[in-house]
Design a protein around this ligand. Structure first.
Ligand code: NDP
Length: 445
Protein backbone atom coordinates (compact mmCIF):
# COMPACT_ATOMS: atom_id res chain seq x y z
CA UNK A 1 0.00 0.00 0.00
CA UNK A 2 1.54 3.30 -1.11
CA UNK A 3 0.06 5.83 1.30
CA UNK A 4 1.41 8.92 -0.46
CA UNK A 5 -0.01 7.83 -3.80
CA UNK A 6 -3.40 7.01 -2.29
CA UNK A 7 -3.57 10.36 -0.48
CA UNK A 8 -2.54 12.41 -3.51
CA UNK A 9 -5.19 10.63 -5.58
CA UNK A 10 -7.77 11.28 -2.86
CA UNK A 11 -6.83 14.96 -2.70
CA UNK A 12 -7.44 15.27 -6.44
CA UNK A 13 -10.82 13.54 -6.18
CA UNK A 14 -11.98 15.39 -3.05
CA UNK A 15 -10.80 18.99 -3.42
CA UNK A 16 -11.66 21.41 -0.60
CA UNK A 17 -12.46 18.63 1.89
CA UNK A 18 -9.59 18.88 4.40
CA UNK A 19 -11.41 17.23 7.31
CA UNK A 20 -12.30 14.19 5.21
CA UNK A 21 -8.70 13.86 4.02
CA UNK A 22 -7.43 14.30 7.60
CA UNK A 23 -9.68 11.51 8.88
CA UNK A 24 -8.77 9.12 6.04
CA UNK A 25 -5.04 9.76 6.47
CA UNK A 26 -5.22 9.05 10.20
CA UNK A 27 -6.94 5.72 9.58
CA UNK A 28 -4.72 4.61 6.68
CA UNK A 29 -1.51 5.41 8.57
CA UNK A 30 -2.52 3.06 11.37
CA UNK A 31 -3.83 0.15 9.29
CA UNK A 32 -0.96 0.06 6.80
CA UNK A 33 0.73 -2.91 8.55
CA UNK A 34 -2.47 -4.98 8.64
CA UNK A 35 -3.05 -4.37 4.94
CA UNK A 36 0.56 -5.24 4.04
CA UNK A 37 0.44 -8.45 6.10
CA UNK A 38 -2.89 -9.61 4.56
CA UNK A 39 -2.74 -9.75 0.73
CA UNK A 40 -6.51 -10.42 0.58
CA UNK A 41 -7.17 -6.71 1.23
CA UNK A 42 -4.97 -5.62 -1.63
CA UNK A 43 -6.43 -8.29 -3.94
CA UNK A 44 -9.94 -6.95 -3.25
CA UNK A 45 -8.74 -3.30 -3.60
CA UNK A 46 -10.32 -2.66 -0.21
CA UNK A 47 -8.59 0.66 0.51
CA UNK A 48 -9.88 2.40 -2.60
CA UNK A 49 -13.35 0.98 -1.96
CA UNK A 50 -13.55 1.77 1.75
CA UNK A 51 -12.68 5.47 1.39
CA UNK A 52 -15.41 6.08 -1.21
CA UNK A 53 -18.93 6.66 0.18
CA UNK A 54 -21.60 4.34 -1.20
CA UNK A 55 -23.87 7.29 -1.90
CA UNK A 56 -24.04 11.07 -1.37
CA UNK A 57 -27.47 12.67 -1.42
CA UNK A 58 -27.85 16.46 -1.51
CA UNK A 59 -31.14 18.32 -1.64
CA UNK A 60 -32.78 21.73 -1.40
CA UNK A 61 -34.64 22.59 1.82
CA UNK A 62 -37.10 25.50 1.52
CA UNK A 63 -38.88 26.87 4.57
CA UNK A 64 -40.73 29.99 5.72
CA UNK A 65 -39.77 32.01 8.81
CA UNK A 66 -42.20 33.64 11.25
CA UNK A 67 -42.20 36.87 9.22
CA UNK A 68 -43.22 35.06 6.04
CA UNK A 69 -39.79 35.20 4.38
CA UNK A 70 -38.70 32.18 2.35
CA UNK A 71 -35.28 30.62 3.04
CA UNK A 72 -33.23 27.98 1.25
CA UNK A 73 -30.74 25.66 2.91
CA UNK A 74 -28.89 22.63 1.66
CA UNK A 75 -29.58 19.15 3.06
CA UNK A 76 -27.26 16.15 2.87
CA UNK A 77 -27.10 12.46 3.67
CA UNK A 78 -23.83 10.63 3.17
CA UNK A 79 -24.46 6.86 3.19
CA UNK A 80 -20.90 5.74 3.62
CA UNK A 81 -20.78 1.99 4.05
CA UNK A 82 -23.40 -0.67 4.85
CA UNK A 83 -21.22 -3.80 4.79
CA UNK A 84 -22.02 -4.80 8.38
CA UNK A 85 -25.55 -3.42 8.75
CA UNK A 86 -27.99 -0.68 7.70
CA UNK A 87 -26.57 2.84 7.51
CA UNK A 88 -26.57 4.59 10.87
CA UNK A 89 -25.37 8.05 11.92
CA UNK A 90 -26.51 11.43 13.18
CA UNK A 91 -27.95 14.54 11.57
CA UNK A 92 -26.17 17.85 12.24
CA UNK A 93 -27.74 21.30 11.87
CA UNK A 94 -25.02 23.95 11.99
CA UNK A 95 -23.93 26.75 9.64
CA UNK A 96 -20.51 25.09 9.28
CA UNK A 97 -21.98 21.91 7.73
CA UNK A 98 -20.41 21.03 4.38
CA UNK A 99 -20.27 17.92 2.26
CA UNK A 100 -16.59 17.38 3.16
CA UNK A 101 -17.35 17.63 6.87
CA UNK A 102 -20.14 15.09 6.59
CA UNK A 103 -17.95 12.73 4.56
CA UNK A 104 -15.38 12.87 7.37
CA UNK A 105 -18.08 12.10 9.92
CA UNK A 106 -19.63 9.29 7.83
CA UNK A 107 -16.22 7.69 7.30
CA UNK A 108 -15.45 7.83 11.03
CA UNK A 109 -18.92 6.53 11.83
CA UNK A 110 -18.31 3.41 9.73
CA UNK A 111 -15.35 2.38 11.91
CA UNK A 112 -16.99 3.52 15.14
CA UNK A 113 -20.12 1.48 14.48
CA UNK A 114 -17.98 -1.52 13.66
CA UNK A 115 -16.26 -1.19 17.06
CA UNK A 116 -19.54 -1.28 18.95
CA UNK A 117 -19.96 -4.95 17.89
CA UNK A 118 -23.54 -4.11 16.80
CA UNK A 119 -24.68 -4.60 13.16
CA UNK A 120 -24.62 -0.98 11.98
CA UNK A 121 -23.15 0.61 8.86
CA UNK A 122 -21.90 4.21 8.73
CA UNK A 123 -23.64 7.41 7.58
CA UNK A 124 -23.99 11.08 8.48
CA UNK A 125 -26.27 13.87 7.37
CA UNK A 126 -27.31 17.40 8.08
CA UNK A 127 -27.79 20.90 6.85
CA UNK A 128 -26.14 24.32 6.98
CA UNK A 129 -29.30 25.56 8.75
CA UNK A 130 -28.50 27.49 11.97
CA UNK A 131 -31.04 26.63 14.70
CA UNK A 132 -29.69 29.37 16.99
CA UNK A 133 -32.21 32.13 17.61
CA UNK A 134 -34.99 30.38 15.67
CA UNK A 135 -38.46 30.06 17.15
CA UNK A 136 -39.97 26.69 17.91
CA UNK A 137 -42.31 27.04 14.92
CA UNK A 138 -39.40 27.85 12.61
CA UNK A 139 -37.47 24.81 13.84
CA UNK A 140 -40.54 22.65 13.21
CA UNK A 141 -41.07 23.98 9.69
CA UNK A 142 -37.40 23.47 8.85
CA UNK A 143 -37.36 19.89 10.21
CA UNK A 144 -40.50 19.07 8.21
CA UNK A 145 -39.07 20.54 5.01
CA UNK A 146 -35.81 18.61 5.57
CA UNK A 147 -37.69 15.34 6.07
CA UNK A 148 -39.97 15.96 3.06
CA UNK A 149 -36.93 15.01 0.98
CA UNK A 150 -34.88 12.74 3.26
CA UNK A 151 -37.70 10.25 3.90
CA UNK A 152 -37.17 8.73 0.44
CA UNK A 153 -33.74 7.43 1.41
CA UNK A 154 -34.17 6.13 4.98
CA UNK A 155 -35.98 3.23 6.69
CA UNK A 156 -35.60 0.97 9.73
CA UNK A 157 -33.65 -1.63 7.70
CA UNK A 158 -32.04 0.86 5.35
CA UNK A 159 -30.74 3.96 7.10
CA UNK A 160 -31.49 5.07 10.66
CA UNK A 161 -30.56 8.69 11.48
CA UNK A 162 -30.13 10.18 14.98
CA UNK A 163 -29.20 13.53 16.58
CA UNK A 164 -25.89 15.38 16.55
CA UNK A 165 -24.88 19.04 16.95
CA UNK A 166 -28.02 21.20 16.72
CA UNK A 167 -30.31 18.17 16.63
CA UNK A 168 -31.70 17.03 19.98
CA UNK A 169 -34.93 15.43 21.14
CA UNK A 170 -37.11 18.26 19.81
CA UNK A 171 -35.70 18.13 16.28
CA UNK A 172 -35.78 14.33 16.19
CA UNK A 173 -39.45 14.56 17.22
CA UNK A 174 -40.36 16.96 14.40
CA UNK A 175 -38.44 14.95 11.80
CA UNK A 176 -39.89 11.64 12.99
CA UNK A 177 -43.41 13.12 12.97
CA UNK A 178 -43.05 14.19 9.35
CA UNK A 179 -41.52 10.83 8.34
CA UNK A 180 -44.44 9.00 9.98
CA UNK A 181 -46.96 11.18 8.16
CA UNK A 182 -45.29 10.69 4.77
CA UNK A 183 -44.62 6.95 5.07
CA UNK A 184 -47.57 5.94 7.20
CA UNK A 185 -45.49 3.70 9.49
CA UNK A 186 -44.59 4.17 13.13
CA UNK A 187 -41.26 2.36 13.05
CA UNK A 188 -37.78 2.64 14.55
CA UNK A 189 -36.38 4.79 11.74
CA UNK A 190 -34.85 7.35 14.11
CA UNK A 191 -32.98 6.91 17.37
CA UNK A 192 -32.94 9.50 20.13
CA UNK A 193 -36.75 9.44 20.09
CA UNK A 194 -38.91 10.70 22.98
CA UNK A 195 -39.16 8.27 25.88
CA UNK A 196 -42.89 7.73 25.55
CA UNK A 197 -42.79 7.00 21.80
CA UNK A 198 -40.00 4.48 21.38
CA UNK A 199 -36.91 6.23 22.74
CA UNK A 200 -34.47 4.43 25.01
CA UNK A 201 -33.76 5.49 28.54
CA UNK A 202 -30.17 6.74 28.94
CA UNK A 203 -29.84 7.61 25.20
CA UNK A 204 -29.45 11.39 25.82
CA UNK A 205 -26.65 10.81 28.33
CA UNK A 206 -25.13 7.78 26.59
CA UNK A 207 -22.30 9.40 24.63
CA UNK A 208 -21.01 11.24 27.68
CA UNK A 209 -21.51 8.25 30.00
CA UNK A 210 -19.69 6.01 27.53
CA UNK A 211 -16.88 8.53 27.21
CA UNK A 212 -16.26 8.50 30.96
CA UNK A 213 -16.56 4.69 31.14
CA UNK A 214 -13.89 4.53 28.45
CA UNK A 215 -11.65 7.01 30.32
CA UNK A 216 -12.08 4.92 33.47
CA UNK A 217 -11.00 1.78 31.60
CA UNK A 218 -7.93 3.58 30.24
CA UNK A 219 -7.03 4.83 33.73
CA UNK A 220 -7.39 1.31 35.15
CA UNK A 221 -4.53 0.12 32.89
CA UNK A 222 -2.31 2.34 35.07
CA UNK A 223 -3.92 1.39 38.35
CA UNK A 224 -5.86 4.67 38.46
CA UNK A 225 -9.54 5.66 38.41
CA UNK A 226 -11.71 8.76 37.91
CA UNK A 227 -12.09 9.15 41.66
CA UNK A 228 -10.53 12.38 42.87
CA UNK A 229 -9.39 13.46 39.39
CA UNK A 230 -9.64 17.06 38.19
CA UNK A 231 -11.43 17.07 34.84
CA UNK A 232 -11.56 19.74 32.11
CA UNK A 233 -14.56 19.50 29.77
CA UNK A 234 -15.25 21.60 26.67
CA UNK A 235 -18.67 22.62 25.35
CA UNK A 236 -21.89 22.28 27.23
CA UNK A 237 -24.03 20.28 24.83
CA UNK A 238 -25.43 16.81 24.95
CA UNK A 239 -22.09 15.03 25.15
CA UNK A 240 -20.50 17.42 27.67
CA UNK A 241 -23.55 17.16 29.92
CA UNK A 242 -23.47 13.34 30.03
CA UNK A 243 -19.71 13.36 30.59
CA UNK A 244 -20.03 15.83 33.48
CA UNK A 245 -22.78 13.81 35.18
CA UNK A 246 -20.88 10.52 34.99
CA UNK A 247 -17.52 12.06 35.95
CA UNK A 248 -19.19 13.48 39.08
CA UNK A 249 -20.84 10.14 39.84
CA UNK A 250 -17.44 8.45 39.70
CA UNK A 251 -15.99 10.93 42.18
CA UNK A 252 -14.14 13.34 39.86
CA UNK A 253 -14.30 17.15 40.01
CA UNK A 254 -15.20 18.88 36.74
CA UNK A 255 -13.79 22.41 36.63
CA UNK A 256 -14.54 23.75 33.11
CA UNK A 257 -17.20 24.09 30.45
CA UNK A 258 -16.95 26.18 27.28
CA UNK A 259 -18.68 27.72 24.30
CA UNK A 260 -17.49 29.26 21.05
CA UNK A 261 -16.86 32.55 22.93
CA UNK A 262 -14.67 31.27 25.78
CA UNK A 263 -14.59 29.00 28.81
CA UNK A 264 -15.62 29.01 32.44
CA UNK A 265 -13.30 27.82 35.21
CA UNK A 266 -15.05 26.84 38.42
CA UNK A 267 -12.51 25.46 40.89
CA UNK A 268 -15.31 24.38 43.26
CA UNK A 269 -16.56 21.89 40.66
CA UNK A 270 -19.53 21.86 38.29
CA UNK A 271 -22.10 19.44 39.65
CA UNK A 272 -25.63 19.09 41.07
CA UNK A 273 -27.64 22.35 40.96
CA UNK A 274 -25.05 23.99 38.75
CA UNK A 275 -25.63 21.39 36.03
CA UNK A 276 -29.42 21.83 36.38
CA UNK A 277 -28.99 25.59 36.01
CA UNK A 278 -26.92 25.12 32.84
CA UNK A 279 -29.59 22.81 31.43
CA UNK A 280 -32.26 25.46 32.10
CA UNK A 281 -30.23 28.09 30.25
CA UNK A 282 -29.67 25.72 27.36
CA UNK A 283 -33.34 24.79 27.14
CA UNK A 284 -34.29 28.47 26.97
CA UNK A 285 -31.96 28.92 23.99
CA UNK A 286 -29.68 31.38 25.84
CA UNK A 287 -25.92 31.73 25.94
CA UNK A 288 -24.80 29.59 28.82
CA UNK A 289 -21.16 30.13 29.50
CA UNK A 290 -21.01 33.77 30.63
CA UNK A 291 -24.29 33.79 32.63
CA UNK A 292 -22.93 30.89 34.70
CA UNK A 293 -20.33 33.24 36.22
CA UNK A 294 -23.05 35.74 37.23
CA UNK A 295 -24.91 33.00 39.10
CA UNK A 296 -21.79 31.39 40.63
CA UNK A 297 -19.26 34.12 41.47
CA UNK A 298 -16.52 31.64 42.38
CA UNK A 299 -16.28 30.88 38.65
CA UNK A 300 -14.31 32.93 36.13
CA UNK A 301 -14.96 33.47 32.43
CA UNK A 302 -12.01 33.53 30.03
CA UNK A 303 -13.12 35.21 26.85
CA UNK A 304 -11.85 33.85 23.53
CA UNK A 305 -9.86 31.10 25.29
CA UNK A 306 -10.11 27.32 25.48
CA UNK A 307 -10.14 25.26 28.66
CA UNK A 308 -6.94 23.34 27.87
CA UNK A 309 -4.75 25.86 29.73
CA UNK A 310 -6.25 24.74 33.07
CA UNK A 311 -4.36 22.22 35.20
CA UNK A 312 -6.22 18.91 35.06
CA UNK A 313 -5.67 15.16 35.25
CA UNK A 314 -8.27 14.24 32.63
CA UNK A 315 -9.34 16.26 29.58
CA UNK A 316 -12.64 15.53 27.84
CA UNK A 317 -12.99 17.54 24.59
CA UNK A 318 -16.72 17.31 23.88
CA UNK A 319 -17.57 20.26 21.58
CA UNK A 320 -16.44 20.17 17.95
CA UNK A 321 -13.75 18.97 15.55
CA UNK A 322 -10.23 20.45 15.76
CA UNK A 323 -10.95 22.34 18.99
CA UNK A 324 -7.70 21.20 20.65
CA UNK A 325 -4.50 22.11 18.78
CA UNK A 326 -0.79 21.49 19.32
CA UNK A 327 -0.40 24.43 21.72
CA UNK A 328 -3.40 23.24 23.74
CA UNK A 329 -1.95 19.72 23.86
CA UNK A 330 1.41 21.12 24.96
CA UNK A 331 -0.33 23.07 27.77
CA UNK A 332 -2.11 19.91 28.91
CA UNK A 333 1.09 17.84 28.83
CA UNK A 334 3.05 20.56 30.69
CA UNK A 335 0.32 20.54 33.34
CA UNK A 336 0.63 16.78 33.77
CA UNK A 337 -2.53 15.53 32.03
CA UNK A 338 -2.85 11.77 32.42
CA UNK A 339 -5.78 10.95 30.15
CA UNK A 340 -7.54 12.58 27.19
CA UNK A 341 -10.81 11.00 26.09
CA UNK A 342 -12.63 12.46 23.09
CA UNK A 343 -16.38 12.98 23.51
CA UNK A 344 -16.55 14.93 20.24
CA UNK A 345 -15.58 13.62 16.82
CA UNK A 346 -11.95 14.43 15.95
CA UNK A 347 -11.63 17.33 18.45
CA UNK A 348 -7.82 17.00 18.52
CA UNK A 349 -5.78 18.12 15.53
CA UNK A 350 -3.32 15.53 14.12
CA UNK A 351 -0.41 17.44 15.71
CA UNK A 352 -2.11 17.42 19.12
CA UNK A 353 -2.80 13.70 18.81
CA UNK A 354 0.87 13.02 17.89
CA UNK A 355 2.04 14.92 20.96
CA UNK A 356 -0.20 12.88 23.27
CA UNK A 357 1.06 9.64 21.75
CA UNK A 358 4.67 10.82 21.98
CA UNK A 359 4.20 11.59 25.69
CA UNK A 360 2.41 8.27 26.28
CA UNK A 361 -0.72 10.02 27.50
CA UNK A 362 -3.77 7.72 27.72
CA UNK A 363 -5.49 9.02 24.60
CA UNK A 364 -8.93 7.72 23.57
CA UNK A 365 -9.90 8.68 19.99
CA UNK A 366 -13.56 9.61 19.47
CA UNK A 367 -14.40 6.65 17.31
CA UNK A 368 -13.78 4.46 20.37
CA UNK A 369 -14.44 6.75 23.34
CA UNK A 370 -17.66 8.36 22.07
CA UNK A 371 -19.12 5.19 20.53
CA UNK A 372 -21.48 4.82 23.51
CA UNK A 373 -24.02 7.14 21.86
CA UNK A 374 -24.45 5.12 18.72
CA UNK A 375 -24.20 1.87 20.70
CA UNK A 376 -27.18 2.96 22.79
CA UNK A 377 -28.95 3.93 19.58
CA UNK A 378 -28.39 0.33 18.52
CA UNK A 379 -29.94 -0.76 21.83
CA UNK A 380 -32.90 1.56 21.10
CA UNK A 381 -33.38 -0.18 17.74
CA UNK A 382 -33.35 -3.57 19.46
CA UNK A 383 -35.98 -2.41 21.96
CA UNK A 384 -38.13 -1.05 19.09
CA UNK A 385 -37.85 -4.33 17.20
CA UNK A 386 -38.81 -6.29 20.33
CA UNK A 387 -41.54 -3.74 21.17
CA UNK A 388 -40.09 -3.50 24.68
CA UNK A 389 -38.68 -0.78 26.90
CA UNK A 390 -35.74 -1.73 29.06
CA UNK A 391 -35.10 -0.17 32.48
CA UNK A 392 -32.44 2.52 32.74
CA UNK A 393 -30.18 0.21 34.79
CA UNK A 394 -30.36 -2.46 32.09
CA UNK A 395 -29.46 -0.03 29.31
CA UNK A 396 -26.62 1.47 31.33
CA UNK A 397 -25.22 -1.97 32.19
CA UNK A 398 -25.24 -2.92 28.49
CA UNK A 399 -23.62 0.41 27.57
CA UNK A 400 -20.92 -0.15 30.19
CA UNK A 401 -20.24 -3.63 28.91
CA UNK A 402 -20.01 -2.39 25.29
CA UNK A 403 -17.52 0.34 26.30
CA UNK A 404 -15.39 -2.26 28.14
CA UNK A 405 -15.46 -4.48 25.02
CA UNK A 406 -14.41 -1.56 22.80
CA UNK A 407 -11.60 -0.82 25.22
CA UNK A 408 -10.48 -4.46 25.10
CA UNK A 409 -10.49 -4.46 21.28
CA UNK A 410 -8.33 -1.31 21.29
CA UNK A 411 -5.88 -2.90 23.71
CA UNK A 412 -5.75 -6.08 21.60
CA UNK A 413 -4.78 -4.27 18.41
CA UNK A 414 -3.05 -1.22 19.89
CA UNK A 415 -0.60 -2.54 22.50
CA UNK A 416 2.99 -1.61 21.59
CA UNK A 417 6.22 -3.41 22.51
CA UNK A 418 6.87 -1.19 25.54
CA UNK A 419 3.34 -1.91 26.85
CA UNK A 420 1.87 1.49 25.88
CA UNK A 421 -1.58 1.18 24.32
CA UNK A 422 -1.95 3.23 21.14
CA UNK A 423 -5.75 3.48 21.18
CA UNK A 424 -5.80 5.28 17.82
CA UNK A 425 -4.19 2.32 16.12
CA UNK A 426 -6.19 -0.20 18.15
CA UNK A 427 -9.54 1.41 17.29
CA UNK A 428 -8.73 1.83 13.61
CA UNK A 429 -7.44 -1.71 13.12
CA UNK A 430 -10.32 -3.35 15.04
CA UNK A 431 -12.91 -1.24 13.18
CA UNK A 432 -11.27 -1.81 9.79
CA UNK A 433 -10.90 -5.60 9.92
CA UNK A 434 -14.61 -6.22 10.51
CA UNK A 435 -15.81 -3.89 7.75
CA UNK A 436 -13.15 -4.97 5.24
CA UNK A 437 -13.79 -8.68 5.82
CA UNK A 438 -17.55 -8.16 5.39
CA UNK A 439 -16.91 -6.34 2.11
CA UNK A 440 -14.77 -9.22 0.86
CA UNK A 441 -17.42 -11.78 1.92
CA UNK A 442 -20.12 -9.89 -0.01
CA UNK A 443 -18.15 -9.58 -3.25
CA UNK A 444 -17.75 -6.63 -5.59
CA UNK A 445 -21.25 -5.15 -5.67
P1 NDP B 1 -24.48 19.94 20.98
O1 NDP B 1 -24.96 20.81 19.89
O2 NDP B 1 -25.45 19.42 21.98
O3 NDP B 1 -23.31 20.67 21.78
C1 NDP B 1 -22.18 21.23 21.19
C2 NDP B 1 -21.52 22.13 22.22
O4 NDP B 1 -20.28 22.60 21.73
C3 NDP B 1 -22.35 23.36 22.57
O5 NDP B 1 -22.18 23.64 23.93
C4 NDP B 1 -21.71 24.45 21.71
O6 NDP B 1 -21.89 25.75 22.23
C5 NDP B 1 -20.27 24.03 21.81
N1 NDP B 1 -19.45 24.56 20.74
C6 NDP B 1 -19.73 24.65 19.42
N2 NDP B 1 -18.69 25.18 18.76
C7 NDP B 1 -17.73 25.39 19.68
C8 NDP B 1 -16.44 25.91 19.63
N3 NDP B 1 -15.90 26.32 18.48
N4 NDP B 1 -15.73 26.00 20.78
C9 NDP B 1 -16.26 25.59 21.95
N5 NDP B 1 -17.49 25.09 22.06
C10 NDP B 1 -18.22 25.00 20.94
O7 NDP B 1 -23.72 18.72 20.27
P2 NDP B 1 -23.37 17.30 20.85
O8 NDP B 1 -23.02 17.41 22.27
O9 NDP B 1 -24.42 16.35 20.43
O10 NDP B 1 -22.08 16.93 20.00
C11 NDP B 1 -20.79 17.40 20.35
C12 NDP B 1 -19.74 16.58 19.62
O11 NDP B 1 -19.90 15.19 19.96
C13 NDP B 1 -19.80 16.62 18.09
O12 NDP B 1 -18.48 16.48 17.59
C14 NDP B 1 -20.61 15.38 17.74
O13 NDP B 1 -20.38 14.94 16.43
C15 NDP B 1 -20.04 14.41 18.76
N6 NDP B 1 -20.87 13.27 19.05
C16 NDP B 1 -22.17 13.41 19.47
C17 NDP B 1 -22.94 12.30 19.76
C18 NDP B 1 -24.30 12.42 20.34
O14 NDP B 1 -24.85 11.38 20.78
N7 NDP B 1 -24.89 13.59 20.40
C19 NDP B 1 -22.41 10.93 19.54
C20 NDP B 1 -21.01 10.89 19.20
C21 NDP B 1 -20.30 12.02 18.93
P3 NDP B 1 -23.11 26.65 21.68
O15 NDP B 1 -24.36 25.85 21.95
O16 NDP B 1 -23.00 27.88 22.48
O17 NDP B 1 -22.83 26.82 20.21
Amino acid sequence: MNLELIMSDLEKRNPGQPEFLQAVKEVLETIIDVVSENPKYDAANIIERIVEPDRVITFKVQWIDDKGRVHVNRGYRVQFNNAIGPYKGGIRFHPSVTLGGLKFLGFEQTFKNSLTTLPMGGAKGGSDFDPKGKSNAEIMRFCQAFMAELYKYIGPDKDIPAGDIGVGGREVGYMFGMYKKLVGDHNGVFTGKGRNWGGSLIRPEATGFGNVFFAEEMLKTRGESMKGKIVAVSGFGNVSWGSIIKANQLGARVVTISGPDGYVYDPDGISGDKVDYLLELRASNQDIVKPYTFEYPSAQFFEGKRPWEVKCDVALPCAIQNELNLQDAQNLVNNGVMCVSEGANMPCTPEAMELFLEHKVLYGPGKASNAGGVATSGLEQTQNAQKLNWAAEEVEAKLHSIMCNIHEACVKYGREEDGYVNYVKGANVAGFIKVADAMIDQGVI
